[in-house]
Design a protein around this ligand. Sequence first.
Ligand code: PLP
Length: 439
Amino acid sequence: MSINQKIKPASTTINANGNLEIGGCDLVELANEYSTPLYIMDEATLRGVAREYKKAFSRLENVNMMFASKALMVSAVAKILSQEGFGFDVVSSGELYTIKNANVDMENVTFNGNNKTCDELNMALDMGVGRISVDNFLELALLNEIAKSKNKIQKILLRITPGIECHTHEYIQTGHLDSKFGFDLTQIDEAVELILDEYKNLELTGLHAHIGSQIFETQVFFDEIGVILKEIKRIKDKFGIELYEINAGGGLGVTYTDEDCPPSVEKIAQVFAESIEKHCKEYNLKQPVLYIEPGRSIVATAGVTLYTIGSSKQVPNGRKYIAVDGGMADNPRPSMYGAKYFAQIANKKEDEKPQTVTVAGRFCESGDILIKDIELNDPQEGDILCVYNTGAYGYSMSSNYNRVLKPAMVLVNSSQSDIIVKRETLEQLIQNDVIPDRI
Ligand SMILES: *Cc1c(COP(=O)(O)O)cnc(C)c1O
C-alpha cells in the first residue's frame, strides 16, 4: 500500500502506557510538553512519501518533482523535501521567501498563480526562479517588461485549462473549461504568437495544467497528458517549435476516512508514463520532460493534530457534542467544504466504551464542527484527541479567527521531537496593530 492510501502514519502504535505513539513519541507526553492544539509531522512518513514518488516516477527518464507549497509551507518541511530531491511550486512572495530561507535551489522552482503581482514577479526574477507558469495575457506583457528591465530571458510555461472534469468538490476543481485559471485552449495560439513575435525576453519551454485536487480516478490524468501533448503537436505544426516540457500539476487523493480510495503513487506514475508514451508515438513527438506538483499526497498522511477535549453537550434526544480547544481556525477544511476526518483518543483507556459523538471546534460559528458522528472511546474532559491526516491544507489555511493563537508544529522521528513552528504569542498577535495618535 502506498502511504497516500493509509489513514495514519506508519509508525502509529499503542505503547506500554496505553497511549497512542507516532515516530516513537507518546502523543500524550507531546501534548503535555508542547500544549494543544498541536500539529505533528512524522518525518519518516514525509520522507517515505517523497521516496515513493521518486521510485515510482523513475520509470520515466526525465521527470522533475515539485512539491506544491500551498499544501504546507514551513521552512523545515521545505528543507526535508529539498533533501529528498523535490523542487517547489510556489504561488506567492511568502512561499518564495520561505523556500529561499530554507536554501532551496531556486532553479528548481515554478511560480504559479492567476494574479501574481508586479512585486512578486520582480522578486521571482531577482531570486532566479527556474520557471514561471504564465496564466494570462496581462501577465505575459508584464513579465516580458520586467524581464527586459533586468536584461533577462525568463523561461516560462503557459498554464492552460485542459477542459477535463473530475469528480471532486467544486471548489477544488480547476481544469474544467469554466475556470479562473489559465489560458483557454482557444487562446493558446495567440499567446504563442505574442511570445514568438513580441515578447523577446520570454522563452516558452512548455505547457502546464492542473485538473483538481483529491482525485481518485486515473483516467483523468491519462486524458490530461493527452490534451497537453495534442496542443504541443498543434503548436509544432503551426509555429514550427516543439515545446519540450509538460507540467501536469498535482491532485492525487489521500485517505481521510475508509470511504476514500485513491490510487497508489505507483499506479499514477504508470498512468503518466503510458499516456506520454502513447501520445508521443501518436503525435510523433520527442518524450518531453515531465514536471509533477503533488501537494496534498506528500504531506497529508504525515500530519496529525492533537486537541484537548473540554466541554460537552448532550442535546436532549439528539447528538452528543464534545468540544476541543481548536477547530476551524487551525483546520478550516470541514467547515469550508465538508471534509471528513478520522480521529482517536490518544490516552486510550483500558476498557473500551465506544460512544458516537460529534467533535465541535471552539470558534464562534455553528459550522465549526471538525467531525460529525464519529465513534470514540469514552471521550471525557481532559482527554487528548488525535485527528489524522491533517498535514495538508490545515496549517497552510489556518487563521487567527476569534483572535486565537496559531498552534505550534512539532517534527517527530526516532523518539525525538523538535519544534518546527513555534506557538504564536499574544505579543505577536498585536505586533502589527497601530493605534493612531489622533484617537
Ligand atoms: C493546488 C495545486 C497543486 C497541488 O494539488 P494537490 O491536490 O495538493 O496535489 C499543484 N499544482 C497546482 C497548479 C495547484 O494549483
